[in-house]
Ligand binder design. Sequence first.
Ligand code: CTP
Ligand code: MG
Length: 241
Amino acid sequence: MSGPSSGAAVVAVLPAAGSGVRLGAGVPKAFVELAGVPMLVRAVDGLLASGVVDHVVVVVPVDEVDGAAALLPARPVTVVAGGADRTASVAAGLAAIGPDVEIVLVHDAARPLTPAGVVSRVVAAVRAGAPAVVPVLPVADTIKQVDPAGVVVSTVDRSALRAVQTPQGFRAPDLRRAYAGEPDPRTDDAGLVEALGDPVATVPGDPLAFKVTTAWDLRIAGLLLAGAAAGCADRDGVRAG
Ligand code: CTP
Ligand code: MG
């Protein structure tokens, strides 16, 4: 394992320390295999395959640090222990990053099929001057606001709404400032930077960057990979592995 700071301009923090309650696999979600490859390995390799990420800080449950490192030989990674929620895990990852890093990405191990193009678009936008960048998709479904009883209050104009994916990208000092003090665990990383008054830019996301949350999502991811292995998909990002 090489260190995350020396000369590395772009470092990705990969929170993988969740327990995966909604998936219910009986093991931490990031260690669940997709076509024989753990999700966290797919996520690390996806980031590195972009060619724009120099180092990945992988954040795992405290008793999985050695196991995760063993899954990731010969890759520029550092593995550290996470915290009680995603925000605490990202903070632990940030603490492992050296002062000379220029750009930090924060991704999710739970988005194992994220195409390289999403990663490179985010980094390009930060390099072009945005303090914070999120990949987004338009919202396809009609969105209703409801009252506590579930009765519709209004129909939201979705033309200005976007669903946010990861990796989110940041100028390192801005993200460090956002995480100084006590960051609100209900807010995403870009939301913390937004709260400082910094503008948050958007770039196009990709449906393949979806988050594996439930057993349904895992099934979809498996089917996409099976299709790629059978030559049915030629999209980058879906590697049969
Ligand atoms: N995560 C983390 N540390 C935590 C909680 C979550 O690093 N204490 C990570 C997860 O490993 C995942 C990402 O944050 O890669 C997004 O979280 P989520 O999809 O909610 O995963 P889990 O928290 O594992 O799932 P659940 O909420 O169903 O338990
Ligand atoms: Mg969670």
